[in-house]
Design a protein. Structure first.
Length: 261
């Protein structure tokens, strides 16, 4: 009984959770060891796979450089603005399609067909419409995140309990009140999942656009490091970007957790 109490006490982590943590740590250590072994083997051209020490030094130099934060701010502003625009449009479209069966039958298939299309093919159009500045990058981010958010919102609308909708209608709620009081709270998890997916593709779209035509932003720094064959700096940029994306994704995911207040 005492052992069972220790296992179920709130302060003690579950055994399954510890095993998952240990497995994740083992995977990370294995990948790092394999990377270091490959870097020391000489099988690839020099500096294609730099040592972990070289990458760590590059990360330190990157974080100490003031111009990095300027480029990071530009990319973050482009991704954030694009996510806000594309997310709002995608959410509105998903709610409309989920609430209107005729519109869903007419237009939802188009969204599903266009969703998997690589959005970088639209970048020349974005340049003609919005120019070579931040506008085209924001447009790429908005276009990229629109589809997963719209699809998730439409799916979430169909999962809402019809009793909740009838309650709102019985109180003669306006469309805006239905959205704010009924729809959004009931479909929070699908919408948050859509935003998390949308964030990922918005980052990808923005970085691709920056690598194609830009002299600012993280994408520009990555392609510049690649062009000068500064592989440690390039990997450092990718690692920092990866960590920041994980952090942003985790923050958004908190809004979908059941214990969020």
């Amino acid at each position: 009984m005492a052992a069972a109490a220790r296992l179920t006490s709130p302060g003690a982590p579950p055994i399954a959770g510890r095993r998952v943590t240990m497995l994740r740590a083992a995977i990370i250590l294995t990948v790092l060891a394999a990377w270091e072994a490959l870097a020391a083997s000489g099988l690839l051209f020099r500096d294609v796979v730099p040592s972990l020490a070289a990458i760590v030094r590059a990360v330190g130099s990157l974080l100490a450089a003031s111009d990095f934060y300027k480029h990071l701010g530009i990319t973050a502003a482009e991704v954030g603005t694009g996510l806000a625009i594309g997310g709002f449009c995608g959410l509105a479209t998903g709610i409309f399609l989920g609430a209107n069966r005729f519109a869903a039958n007419a237009y939802e298939a188009l969204i599903y067909y266009l969703g998997p299309t690589p959005k970088i093919i639209f970048f020349p159009v974005m340049i003609m419409w919005f120019g070579v500045g931040p506008g085209s990058k924001i447009a790429m981010a908005a276009l990229s995140c629109f589809f997963p958010i719209a699809i998730s919102a439409a799916s979430g609308m169909r999962q809402i309990d019809r009793v909740l909708i009838r309650v709102g209608q019985s109180f003669r709620a306006t469309p805006w009140q239905m959205v704010r009081k009924i729809y959004l709270p009931a479909m929070r998890q699908p919408v948050v999942n859509g935003v998390r997916l949308g964030l990922g593709v918005a980052i990808i779209g923005t970085l691709l656009a920056e690598t194609k035509l830009s002299n600012r932003g993280i994408g520009y720094l990555i392609i510049q490091a690649y062009s000068t064959f500064d592989m440690p700096r390039m990997y450092a940029l990718l690692i920092v970007l990866f960590i920041l994306a994980i952090g942003a994704n985790a923050v958004i995911g908190r809004f979908g957790s059941t214990d969020h207040r």
